[in-house]
Design a protein around this ligand. Structure first.
Ligand code: NAD
Length: 482
């Protein structure tokens, strides 16, 4: 079913059924490229949430008792469906979130691969047998933690929800997931792939609602065993505290403010091209987006010139248009944040080399922006921009650059460019970040863990570590002859 705008009619998915929920209350879904409402998202009542929790409790009993080979087969079928439907899912995602269609479709394809990786990895969630006293078998087993309450934002409308869903289901857990109310049809189409693959009712439940009410309700419930969140640092701290009060484990994938250190021996043109490409992907709305460019003073002129050239070469437009390389911001909040951060930096003496304003057209567009002479006290150097702003700073020696890079309370991603193995090792040792990329600005990969240190959170997604939060370790010592 679709709305008058041709957008999928959004439903929640509870206990194996697509439903409106009991409140009859909805919120509008807005296309950020046009500012038009394209649909509505139903908001859950406490009774809807209780039904979802009850379903997840029952779903956990069923799913954990399902042989792992059968679970894996269902998850692989879901991955096939996601891959088959990648273009259709990508289109829905672009309409809701704004990123170029190639990025949305690529995200959906990668999502299928991520699911396959986790499903296969769960088959190797080995425990161990420990040499012990004769007549005793001492083992360590890994078991699913139980029903998961997951909360995900709007910047990766397919990949974000799927990271939680694929890890949890692969580990044998059930879920109630609250996807973003701003990108709900995308989450619904993702969940539909799992439903169509034959996932038993209740194993995966999708709800929408007033975020603080939903999270308070789901976290407090005795059914929930793990709280998994991706989003901003302040909300993450709030949810971690709520989980702590009821002694629930939590997994926190929070924001950052990623430094890029371009060392004196790097190629400034290559570094600028790679850094600019990463900076403006998804209009900068990526938790690992490079956001503070620390360039050795001998290279800063060449680096800046190439960075500005790359920013100006980007075609900004509706994500559905073929030539678009950067879409709008996903919502008005981000647009206002770009205007505020730019105005604050300029008021303190920063120079805007390109961009710095919204183009004269409808939609939450903001031009790719490069700033220099940004003083240390500008908000832009402390607050994660989560948008297309690139402050370029110069430094004299590496100690100074490392001190600046590590000065913030965040520690998610960091980047370094150098031709020296010794310098690369120093950056690897000393940069306070959970994810470090050297001589490139690669994104997340499902084979390897991603996650933060310091205020950027704890726990890892991707790689074998992705299952850790969803599994508990049990020691069993078995005396054979009692
Ligand atoms: P926000 O802090 O209002 O919300 C972030 C996400 O958390 C949203 O999906 C929102 O629905 C959800 N949320 C908010 N309050 C909640 C609550 N009490 N319980 C459960 N979920 C809740 O910020 P925003 O305006 O949507 O995004 C802006 C900031 O969020 C960015 O500046 C960025 O720092 C951060 N962010 C980080 C990521 C990430 O991948 N780490 C993703 C999106 C946003």
């Amino acid at each position: 079913m679709t709305t008058d705008h041709g957008h999928p009619a959004v439903r929640m998915y509870i206990a194996g059924e697509w439903c409106h929920g009991g409140s009859g209350t909805t919120a509008p879904i807005v296309n950020p490229a046009t500012e038009e409402a394209i649909g509505e998202v139903p908001l859950a009542t406490p009774a809807d949430l209780d039904r979802a929790l009850g379903a997840a409790e029952e779903g956990f009993r069923v799913w954990r008792a399902t042989p792992v080979a059968e679970r894996t087969a269902i998850l692989h079928t879901a991955a096939d469906l996601i891959a088959e439907r990648a273009v259709a899912i990508g289109r829905v995602s672009t309409l809701e979130q704004g990123k170029p269609l190639a990025e949305s479709t690529g995200e959906a394809r990668r999502t299928a691969e991520t699911l396959r990786w986790h499903a296969d990895d769960a088959r190797r969630a080995y425990g161990r047998i420990i040499p012990s006293e004769p007549g005793t078998v001492l083992t360590v087993r890994r078991q699913p933690i139980g029903p998961v309450a997951a909360f995900v934002p709007w910047n990766f409308p397919v990949g974000g929800p799927n990271r939680k869903i694929s890890s949890a289901l692969s580990a044998g857990c059930s879920l109630v997931i609250k996807a973003s109310e701003e990108t709900p049809a995308t989450a619904m189409e993702l969940v539909r792939c799992y439903a169509d693959a034959g996932l038993p009712a209740g194993v995966l439940n999708l709800v929408f609602g007033e975020p603080a009410e939903v999270s308070a309700h789901l976290i407090a419930s005795p059914v929930t065993r793990l709280v998994a969140f991706t989003g901003s640092v302040p909300v993450g701290k709030l949810l971690a505290a709520e989980a702590g009060k009821v002694m629930k484990s939590s997994l926190m994938e929070l924001g950052g403010h990623a430094p890029v250190i371009v060392c004196a021996d790097a190629d400034p043109v290559q570094a600028a091209r790679k850094a600019a490409q990463a900076k403006f992907a998804n209009a900068g709305q990526v938790c690992t987006s490079p956001s503070r460019f620390l360039v050795h003073e001998s290279l800063v002129e060449d680096f800046t010139a190439e960075f500005v050239r790359a920013a100006e070469a980007l075609t900004v437009g509706d994500g559905l248009a073929e030539d678009t390389k950067m879409g709008p911001l996903a919502n008005e909040r981000r647009l206002k944040a770009m205007e505020r951060l730019t105005a604050d930096a300029v008021a303190r003496g920063a120079k805007v080399l390109t961009g710095g304003e919204r183009p004269d057209r409808p939609g939450y567009f903001f031009a790719p922006t490069v700033l220099t002479d940004v003083p240390e006290d500008a908000d832009l150097l402390h607050e994660e921009p989560f948008g297309p702003l690139a402050p370029i700073l110069s430094y004299g020696d590496l100690d100074e650059a490392l001190a600046t890079a590590n000065a913030l309370p965040y520690g998610l991603a960091a980047y370094g460019f150098t031709r020296s193995a010794a310098t690369a090792e120093r950056l690897s040792d000393e940069l306070e970040a959970g994810i470090l990329s050297l001589n490139h600005c690669g994104g997340s990969v499902h084979e390897a863990p991603s996650g933060g240190v310091k205020d950027s959170g704890y726990g890892r997604e991707g790689g074998p570590e992705a299952l850790d939060a969803y599994l508990v370790t049990k020691r069993v010592s078995h005396l054979l002859v009692p």
